[in-house]
Structure formats: C-alpha cells, structure tokens
Design a binder for this molecule. Sequence first.
Ligand SMILES: NC(=O)c1ccc[n+]([C@@H]2O[C@H](COP(=O)([O-])OP(=O)(O)OC[C@H]3O[C@@H](n4cnc5c(N)ncnc54)[C@H](OP(=O)(O)O)[C@@H]3O)[C@@H](O)[C@H]2O)c1
Length: 338
Amino acid sequence: MRCYEFAKVGDGYRLELRTRPDPVPAADRVVVRVRATSLNYRDLIHLQNKAGRDVSGRIPLSDGAGEVVAVGSDVTVVRVGDRVTANFFTAWERGRFDMKYHASALGGPGADGMLAELVDLPASALVPIPEYLSFEEAACLPCAAVTAWSALMDRGRLQKGDTVLALGTGGVSIFALQLGVAADCPVVVTSSSDEKLERAAKLGAANGINYRTHPDWEKEVHRLTGKHGVDHVVEVGGGGTLTKSLASVAAGGHVALIGVLTGFGPPQDSLFPLVSKNATLSGIYVGSRENFVAMNEFLTAHQIRPVIDRAFAFAEATAAFAHLESGSHFGKIVVRLP
Ligand SMILES: NC(=O)c1ccc[n+]([C@@H]2O[C@H](COP(=O)([O-])OP(=O)(O)OC[C@H]3O[C@@H](n4cnc5c(N)ncnc54)[C@H](OP(=O)(O)O)[C@@H]3O)[C@@H](O)[C@H]2O)c1
C-alpha cells in the first residue's frame, strides 16, 4: 500500500511517497481502507518541526475516514464494510486525560497517521461515521471538531444564549461557530478577512470583527456585547492573543486554551483578569472517544456538515499542506484517496 512519510530535510520535514506491505490486523485491531483525510494546523507544526517533535518516518495526519476491510480474531465492535473514523488519541476511550495517551496520538511521534491507503488501528478507537456524512466530511471531525466540542460542550458546559467568541476561521473555529449556532448561542467570529467574515455570517455568526482593521478587537467584543464580554472564548491563538481573550471574557466566563497560532510563547500580560473576573481557563487537548461519540449524536441531531474549503487528490498532498500554510482557507482542507 502507498503512504506518505515525514522525511527529514534541513530543520524540518518533507512528505515522501512510500510503499509499505499491506497491514494484517492483530487480534484486537482492524485494517481500514482510508477514503479521505483532513489536515490540521498540528500537521504543519510537525512538517515545519515547530514543536521539536521527532516524526521521522511517521505517516502524517490524525484525521481520516474509511471502511473496515479486515478485522482481528477478537474484534466484535465493527465488521468488514463499516464506515469509520478513529479517535485522535486511540488510547483515550473515556474519563480524564492521562499523560500515557500522548503516545497514541495518530500522525504524531508515537503513532502513524492516516495519510495512507490502508491503516491498522485498535478496534476500541474506532468511531462509526454518521450516515448522513460523506467520507470527506467525516474525515474533518477527529481533531478540529472534537476539540471545539470539548472546549464548548464538555468542559465549557455551553448553555443556550451564552455568547461565544471564535478566533479566526480555520478548522477548530468554524466547528465552534457551527456548534454554537446549533446550540442557539450568539457567536462572534474574528478574522483577517472581511470576505471570510461574510461567509461566517452566512453560517450564522451574530457578529464579525476583522482583527487586522481592529487590532484592539477586545474593545469591539465589549462594544458588541454591551460591555458584558463573551461567556466562552475558543482560544486558538495562544500567548499572542490570550491577553485580549482574557479582556474579552465575561465575569464568570470560560476561556478554552487550545492553540498556538501565534507560537508557543508566554502571554503578553498578566493573567490576573482571570482572578478579578472569577473566570475559568481550561487547557484543551482534543478529547476522548466518548466525547467524539457524544459530538456525533449532536451533529446528527442538528444535521451539521463540516465546511470543506478544498479537497486535494492523494498525489497533491504536498499542495494541501501548502494551502494550509497559506492561511487562505475557511474551514477544513481534505485529501481524498482513490
Ligand atoms: N489543543 C488541541 O487539542 C488542538 C486541536 C486542534 C487545533 N489546535 C490548535 O488550534 C489552532 C487552530 O488549529 P486549526 O487546525 O483550526 O488551524 P487552521 O485551520 O490552520 O486555522 C488557521 C486560521 O486561524 C486564523 N488565525 C491565524 N492567526 C491568527 C491570529 N493571530 N489571531 C486570530 N486568528 C488567527 C486564520 O483565520 P483568518 O484567515 O480568518 O484570519 C487562519 O486561517 C492551532 O494552533 C492548532 O495547533 C489545538
């Protein structure tokens, strides 16, 4: 079977197309024929070696969807022909996070990912694909959608009418917008682009703020919310945006710290606003299989479809990464398999 691998070049990596023997499942594992994958910013972090993780020889991408083509002798939870995705951390089935789960993150230093024709996965990590979703749509869910779900629903306990702030219009943020809108919550979206803000409005965003033309966007958040601030911030920027997110959050609100779009550096200012506002700061790292299944029930009930910016062919995987790096996308970028 054909797959891509991260190959070291200079300080970073490049994608190299390789051939490996077709996997044969062990007793508790299954082989899935991958039909579609999707990219996340994390995959770019790996390619560019921004986090210093050794992914040499690993198959990239945490996110994929396909059909089961072989099952191990002990597997009873899925059958050949089932349409499945897999949880980002294959070992995190439910409950609290444990540091031992890190090694099971697909497409990372400890485990091969989905950018392959066939993948070998533990049966316990598989998640059925909701019937109304295509393989391409389902391939968008494991990292970005589950992260938005954990941030807002699991850890944030989002209530109808709460205000939500989503930073930017990438994968996680567009899912946060869709989840918030489905839960009857006003969502404020920031973006570098007025055109993207118009697209967010069509998806139901209550307000948009261009963070280029409004560098003090936290002031706009206050203006738009009648000085209340937002009840939830989906914080994908990291140290470079956290100070403004803390200024944007309402008293008693929740900031879900997810991303590193501004890098891995520290916040620019004091964290004291968390104290004075009695606010909560949660670190979010995707979610458990149980979270994924709960999210799929919600997506199905609201018939939410992932927003796919563009789908690339398997042979164009490198171009798909370049498109992600350009930041011109809105929502998710997909790579299809034959
Ligand atoms: N902890 C976790 O579990 C987890 C899971 C998923 C992702 N993440 C992290 O979350 C972040 C987003 O991931 P993603 O896959 O959704 O990324 P993505 O699809 O590549 O989204 C990037 C978008 O974010 C916006 N953006 C970039 N810099 C920004 C800034 N300084 N302020 C506000 N918005 C900015 C841009 O939107 P506009 O063009 O509209 O400006 C850009 O297109 C990444 O740092 C990723 O590593 C973490």
